[in-house]
Design a protein around this ligand. Structure first.
Ligand code: F6P
Length: 323
């Protein structure tokens, strides 16, 4: 395999706090190890359009503490088309770029796998608030998103308690319940409902009715998105139990903000590891954190792994709810 001289980095899919820290780590570790480093702007869209510019140490100064991604990001379903992928690979080759570090989620790694088949050496970094990447115990951005959600839940607890209300909080996560589990546990919520726990409206009504009988001042219930219409549910709770209720959808607030020190450190460790993997001649791998070690896992193997950190709580949480 030929030696690598030039590498590029891009962010793709939904942004996540800590992506900038990961970009910084790749750029600085890359330069320290003798590579020329380039940034691809707006994810795979910029790759296909050829928006690829050199980065130096100064390009990544003052970004470790910034949310979002200085490179911009995009969702480009068309990149699944091998012809489009090939165009992106050709744009890298035209600049003499041999390798690419992609920061994003599963969809991003599928793109990286196709690029590898087009002769570009790729390494993936897990950047998503959802924590839905099985080959890593934690993704870059998850900790910050959970902190944001818990801060919001704490505030909702105050106002719910003052008004004697039930608060339904919807968090992000796509199909993964990890933000709901983590924020629900840390926020002291009464019930956590995710796609893994399953959803039974009767459990909610029983819980709220019991709280009403006990004259409790507030109830907090957290849902992962896409499970039910939380506003309609709040209305129904009020009608059926007499307990006043409100729904709050946290939405994209969870994706922004200053990354926590945990996310900055995680992103830096994984970013440096990505560069070391390229130096070792490895490609088609994702970097993950396992037993607190940064490790490289072949992308195809990573797709087959199952995530199970928080799932063990699911059954217990629902069982306790109606007692
Ligand atoms: O993958 C991150 C995420 O924020 C999910 O939690 C959410 O379902 C999705 O992205 C929202 O995507 P968009 O910002 O494109 O609406």
């Amino acid at each position: 395999m030929s030696e690598i001289h030039k590498i590029a980095v891009l962010t793709s899919g939904g942004d996540a706090p800590g992506m900038n820290a990961a970009i910084r780590a790749v750029v600085r570790a890359g330069i320290n190890n003798g590579f020329e480093v380039f940034g691809v702007y707006n994810g795979y869209l910029g790759l296909v359009e050829g928006d690829i510019r050199p980065l130096n140490r100064g390009s990544v100064t003052n970004i470790i503490n910034r949310g979002g991604t200085i490179l911009g990001t995009a969702r480009l379903p068309e990149f699944q088309d091998m012809e489009v992928t090939k165009k992106g690979a050709d744009n890298l080759k035209a600049l003499g770029i041999d390798a690419l570090v992609v920061i994003g989620g599963d969809g991003t790694y599928h793109g990286a796998l196709r690029l590898t088949k087009c002769g570009i050496r790729c390494v993936g970094l897990p950047g998503t608030i959802d924590n839905d990447i099985a080959c890593t115990e934690i993704t870059i951005g998850f900790d910050t998103a959970v902190n944001t959600a818990v801060e919001c839940i704490d505030k909702l607890r105050d106002t719910s308690n003052s008004h004697q209300r039930c608060s339904i909080i919807e968090v992000m996560g796509r199909n993964c319940g990890d933000i709901a589990y983590a924020a629900g546990i840390a926020g002291g919520c009464d019930l956590i409902i995710t796609s893994e726990t399953g959803y039974d409206e009767k459990v909610v009504m029983d819980l709220v009715s019991k709280a009403k009988r006990q004259k409790r001042r507030h109830i907090l219930i957290v849902f992962t998105e896409h499970i039910t219409d939380v506003s309609a549910l709040a209305q129904k709770i009020k009608e059926q139990t007499g307990f006043d209720s409100r729904a709050t959808v946290l939405g994209h607030i969870q994706r922004g903000g200053i990354p926590t020190p945990f996310d900055r450190i995680l992103a830096t460790r994984l970013g440096v590891k990505a560069v070391h993997e390229l130096m070792a001649g490895n490609s088609g791998v994702v970097i993950g954190l396992q037993h607190n070690e940064a490790v490289a896992i072949p992308i195809e193997e990573a797709f087959k792994m199952e995530k199970n950190i928080f799932r063990k709580y699911a059954v217990e949480i629902n069982t306790n709810a109606s007692k």
